[in-house]
Design a protein around this ligand. Sequence first.
Ligand SMILES: [Zn+2]
Length: 144
Amino acid sequence: MVKTDPICGKRGIIEAYGHYFCGKECISIYEEKYNIKRERGYITGAKSEKWYREKTFLVILGLIVIKALFVIISAIIIAIVTGLIYQFLDKKGLIESNENVVEINDDFLILKDIKKRWKEHRFSLVNVKNGVIDIIRNHELIYK
Ligand SMILES: [Zn+2]
């Protein structure tokens, strides 16, 4: 086997395609000359493009999800901090307190209350109509 680079004619060191090449540059030139698609190192043409598009999509999706999570978590943190500040100010009597607060027992559970009310309530057209009227009246009472 002749160890001569078929591209530049120098002494070949790296074996590829049944020839010896002096370096990677000459292998690339040889590949181009004989239309050889490289199998090793990187994936060829359309395949790599598809892979790239899929990866890009996943990365963008990931960024959107991270951004969305960031916004949601920020909102929750801001809400908690605002609530704590409000409670603190309310305790110190520094802000106007709501006169329409309903005092509740310590053992009050909203789910239990909903269940109780749900059982007690009879659904009929008249009841629904009265309910709507009640809501409108109470709303007017609160905001007058
Ligand atoms: Zn060479």
